[in-house]
Design a protein around this ligand. Structure first.
Ligand code: GLC
Length: 547
């Protein structure tokens, strides 16, 4: 690690199933991560975040955990994980685990017990409510489509599952259950992990169980006891220890996120929110084809930046993860090689100048675009397959539905990591579980490492800058030109220094902005020189001392 302050670190997210396969099974594994530690060290990331590798039936690729204490054999063994931790630590890389404690798989022993009878000691570990055969307890909708309630014939009750039917929501009102969760987290702390990413952690406290005018979110999002529970979790597990934490917050608010992360409250270090990634959901609808609303993107990002800074909270900053399409295809342009490289670098610089903890999702550092799948059988994600059926039932033609999935599906980020130009991008020697992106022969890590002008070296440099310049970590944030339709401009200020980031989000030439100080040393840019105006996607980070 570059420094003892976790705030200065950069995280590299790994989705092991799609990262690197060493066994020929067609699925990535833990040994595959070990094999690539040198690559991550060369990039310069301080932490890796591993999405869930626990035992799981894999209906939601590991976010459906059936045993918190065991490693899914598909990914390897606990010895492999031990070796990964040791080798990562030797390389100066820390490891964050993904912890899913809003729900478990219905294959988890607790749920097996819970669903066996109404009197079982584990019954109350989950949320069971009365309903009648055809009328569930409330009209809440699952985030993956359909009702959030699943009927159980034997007991004539329903259990709550906000995601897939095989992901049953835990009942955080139950103190025994909470204690068991804390024990489990302490087990992993003792095992040697350095941090946790808590999956949809702001959904753990359910409020009243009533019908909703919408999907039901208002009853369980940032629910009544959520801060109490997270505080308790902190006190019983990682609190006061050198463990970095980030909570995934679904449909949250700035006020809640200030509470989740204010150091005095002893909840979490940092939060992910997703408001800036809904700017291409017109009217809130994800499953559409729509250009992104650039002004809205800036306004949301900047509102969070300023408010979290002023209120002493802490954001995770990111464009990509395993649930989002590739940013270069989304907010950049991947139609030509030149546009792809320029816009991927633009997005990198624009994000890495912000305040918060930067996250890089595997492949983002080489500017991987969406894989451009053409057939429904190339999709594997439960949410995408449900959405396909729903859109088809609504009468949308198949071509259109495929175009929509091509832009919005979570599988856009789950296509295999492109390592080199060999078969399947060097991801596997077997048959990959999901198709490799079309452009792997040109866009891959081997090529990126060779070419000093590649997107990779922009990310590498951005990490170096973050480690070197305290202002990037501690400086405050001042937005400019929020209504400008081309430029994303902000300043960071810290003691007597200023950093200005100017990013042209469009593929046209525009004049330098008025009313913004554009002097200073260019710390990083995606063009080699400066000319009279800003060229397509031209972006720079400028540094000056104000003495
Ligand atoms: C989070 C995960 C996502 C998963 C969901 C349910 O949003 O990032 O992949 O499907 O939680 O666990």
């Amino acid at each position: 690690m570059a420094s003892n302050d976790w705030r200065k670190s950069v995280v590299y997210q790994i989705y092991p199933k799609s990262f690197n396969d060493t066994s020929g099974s067609g699925q990535g594994d833990i040994r595959g991560v070990i094999e690539k530690l040198d690559y991550i060290r060369f990039l310069g990331a301080d932490y890796i975040w591993l999405t869930p590798i626990y035992e799981s039936p894999m209906y939601d690729n590991g976010y459906d955990i059936s045993n918190y204490y065991e490693v899914n054999p598909q990914f390897g063994t606990k010895d492999d994980l031990r070796e990964l931790l040791d080798k990562a630590h030797d390389a100066g890389i820390r490891v964050m685990m993904d912890i899913v404690i809003n729900h478990t798989s219905t294959a988890h022993q607790w749920f097996v017990e819970s669903s066996s009878s109404k009197d079982n000691a584990y019954r109350d570990y989950y949320i069971w409510k009365d309903g009648t055969y055809d009328v569930p307890p409330t009209n809440w909708e699952s985030k993956f489509g359909g009702s959030a309630w699943e009927y159980d014939d034997d007991s004539n009750q329903y259990y709550l599952s906000l995601f897939d039917v095989t992901q049953a929501d835990l009942n955080w009102e139950n103190e025994d259950m909470r204690q068991k969760i804390y024990e489990m987290i302490n087990y992993w702390i003792d095992f040697g992990v350095d941090g946790f990413r808590f999956d949809v952690i702001n959904l753990i406290s359910k409020g009243g169980f009533k019908d909703s005018d919408g999907e039901g979110k208002e009853f369980y999002t940032d629910g009544p006891k959520v801060h109490e529970y997270i505080h308790e979790l902190n006190r019983h597990t990682f609190g006061g220890r050198d463990i970095m934490t980030v909570g995934e917050m679904s449909s949250t608010t700035i006020d809640h996120c200030l509470k989740y992360t204010h150091p005095d409250r002893n909840e979490l270090n940092s939060v992910f929110n997703f408001h800036h990634l809904k700017v291409d959901y017109p009217g809130g609808e994800k499953w559409t084809l729509a250009a992104f609303d650039f002004i809205k993107l800036k306004r949301i990002l900047m509102e969070w930046q300023v408010a979290m800074d002023e209120g002493n909270g802490w954001n995770a900053i990111f464009w990509c993860n395993h649930d989002q399409p590739r940013v270069v295809s989304r907010f950049g342009k991947d139609d030509t090689e030149e546009n792809r490289v320029k816009s991927a670098k633009m997005l990198a610089i624009a994000l890495h100048g912000l305040k918060g903890t930067p996250y890089i999702y595997q492949g983002e550092e080489i500017g991987m675009p969406n894989p451009k799948y053409e057939r429904i059988d190339q999709y594997k994600d439960v949410e995408s397959l449900n959405a396909f059926d729903t859109m088809r039932e609504k009468g949308l033609d198949a071509r259109m539905v495929l175009d929509i999935l091509g832009a919005k599906s979570r599988d856009n980020s789950r296509s295999p990591m492109q390592w080199d130009s060999s078969r399947y991008g060097g991801f596997t020697e077997g048959e990959p579980w999901i198709s490799v992106g079309k452009d792997y022969e040109k866009i891959n890590a081997a090529q990126a490492l060779e070419d000093k002008n590649s997107v990779f070296y922009t990310y590498k440099k951005l990490i170096e800058l973050r480690h070197h310049y305290d202002i990037l970590t501690y400086g405050d944030v001042k937005p400019y030109l929020l209504d400008d339709d081309h430029l994303f401009v902000y300043e960071r200020n810290y003691s007597e220094e200023t950093i200005t980031v100017i990013a042209n989000f469009r593929d046209v030439k525009v004049p330098y902005p008025q009313g913004v100080n554009t002097e200073g040393e260019v710390l990083i840019s995606n063009y080699d020189d400066k000319v009279a105006g800003l060229r397509p996607f031209e972006t720079m980070m400028l540094y000056r001392q104000n003495r």
